[in-house]
Design a protein around this ligand. Sequence first.
Ligand code: SF4
Ligand code: FES
Length: 260
Amino acid sequence: MKITLKIWRQKNRNTPGEFKTYVMDNVNPDMSFLEMLDVLNEDLMSRGEEPVAFDHDCREGICGMCSLMINGVAHGPKNAITTCQLHMRSFKDGDTITVEPWRASAFPILKDLVVDRSAFDRIIQAGGYISVSTGSAPDANTIPVSKVAADRAMDAAACIGCGACVAACPNGSAMLFTAAKVTHLALLPQGQPERYQRVVNMVAQADFEGFGNCTNIGECAAVCPKEISLDTIAQLNRDLVMAALRGIEPNTPIVPATTR
Ligand code: SF4
Ligand code: FES
């Protein structure tokens, strides 16, 4: 396959970026998208040029690192997969493919296609945990969980923190990510002690990080590789109302965004 790539190149967060064009004449359709970028980088390095920086780790849809906007769609043209699970056979011979980093002010560009998603870590730090007594693990059967609650909690727990939802949202909102984490714990007995403080703290942290508000557009769920449902946002909003009725305010010091 012959593929023309228009790739965003940017030296660092303080310098302006631009699209650079690369023509690849011999792309194997069975390559993954990231393997295709590996081949491009080998070629660039053999010519003494700077390789394209892009994020990746597991390359099997688990870690959430591979964050690429491909032809304007987060994770590319196929539904419910990550960029690393996308193959070149999803494109046609002669195609031009535009590759950009996530675009969101809360995810500043570090280099080329790599963005800083540590804001997600701080949202988790603000409330995405439970408190348990130390000692040996309790017998699982001593904490009954209904099948319905367990299934919904596990569906929410599938979120891999990739940030596609933010990149796709016109508001740059992190609501689907935050709602997935809130819902996962809100539905389980282990998540009850901190339930309402958690939702208040995590939403406050998302606001602090500069993510936008949710206006129910739904682009987030459309691009989510793990098919996290908008129902999680409804769950988050219900818990926020319950927290407000209880008069609960954010109580964690906002973690300074030291990497900005
Ligand atoms: S909700 Fe979906 S798109 Fe957003 S971070 Fe989680 S897995 Fe990625
Ligand atoms: S590299 Fe881990 S999900 Fe794509």
